[in-house]
Write a protein of this length. Sequence first.
Length: 436
Amino acid sequence: MRALFSIGSALALASCATLPQPEETLDTLAQDYVALQLAIGEKEAGYIDAYYGPEELRERSVVELSEKGLPQLEILTAALRKRVERYADDGMEGTSMDERRARFLVAQLTAAYTRLRMMQGAELSFVEEAEGLFGVTPKLPPLESFDATIANIEKLVPRTEENDGPLWQRLDNYRNRFNIPADRLKAVFDASIAECKRRTLAHIAMPGSESFTLAFVTDKPWSGYNYYQGQYASKIEVNTDLPIRLDRAVDLGCHEGYPGHHAFNALLEKNLVNDRGWTEFSVYPLYSPQSLIAEGSANYGIRLAFSEEEQTAFESEVLAPLAGLPTDDLAQYAALKRALVDLGPARYTIASAYLAGDISTEEATALLQKYQLVSPERAAQSLRFTDTYRSYIINYGLGRDMVRDWIERSAPDEATRWDRMERLLSEPSLPGDLVE
C-alpha cells in the first residue's frame, strides 16, 4: 500500500494540496479518506461506527496523523475534499458509479469538516448541524401544529375510572400491558429476528456466511445498536434499561438486523468493498450522510418486511404467546402506534430548543411528555440520546420518510420495492439521490 504522501504533506503544502497530485486516482484518494476518518476517530469516541479495512491502514493513520491537532485535521479535510471534487465537478449530476462514488466522498468529507468544527467549539443551530453532518434540511414545525394529532389520540385512550391520569400516563398504562417479561426477551427476539430474516432473504440475497450475535445490555442512551464487525458479521445489542414492549421485537429485529443495519453493512461490504475494492466503505463515520441512509432504510425496512396487518398477526400468533401476553387488544395497540408516528417531528423542534439552551431540561422533559406522550423515564432517556447524538435524531423519522417516498414512487409492486431497497443498500447512496 502506497505511503500517504498527500495526507502527510498536505498541512505543510495546504495551498497546493487542493491541486491534482501526480498519479492521483479515486482509489488513492479513498485511502487518504480512510486514514483521515480514522485519525478523526482517535479524537472523538464514537465517531467511527465501524471499521473493517486493512489494519496496516489504521496503523499508518495513527502514526502519520495522531499528532495532528483538530485545526490541522480540519485543514487536511478541506484539502482532501477539494482534491476529490475535481472528479465530481464535471459530472455532479452524473449517474455512473464512479461519479456517484466521487459525490459520496465529497459529502462525507463535508460532514467530517463540519464535525471537526463542532469539536472545536463552533456553535451551529440544529438545522445547520443537520445540513452539515447529514446533508438534509429538517423542518421544525411549531409544537401547536401537533395539537390536532394529540386530540385524535385522546379519543383512542379515553379517560376511565381505572385510568384517569394525563394522556401520556393513560397511554403509558395501556401500553405497559404489552411489556415483555425479562425472562421471555430472548425467546421473543430470537423468533422476531428469524422472521425478519426469512422475509428479507425471500427478496434480497445476502452473503452466505453472514451472521450476528444478540445481547441484552443496560445503561445506554439508545434502545438498540448494531456494531458491525466486518466479514458479514454484526453484534446486535438491545437496551433493557426500560421495559421492552411487544412491538419493539419486530421493530428492532428489522431495524438492527434484516433488512436494516446488518443487511445494509453486509451488502456494502460485499458489493463495494470486496467486489469493487472501494476502500472508503470499510469505514463508517457516524456523523455523516451515510447515517441518514442507514437509519432511514432501517426504519422503512420494518414496514417493507411487514405490513401493519402482518406485524399485528405475527405478534398475535407467535410473539404474544411466547411472551405470555394478551392478544385481544393488539389491533388497537397498532392503531395507537400508527397515530403516534405523526408526532415524530415534534421531537426535532424540542431538541432544537433544548440544544440551543432556549429551554431547560425540565421544560424539555415536560414537552416530550406532552408531545411524544411518554413517561418521565422515557423522556429522560430521549434527552440522554439527544445530549449524546444531538441532531442525529432526524435520521430516523426524516430518513424513513425520504427512503419511503423514493422507494414507493409511482406506486410500485412489492418486487420493485424490494429491488429498490436492495439497490439503496448496495450502492454509494446519498440523501440527495432520494429527491431527484
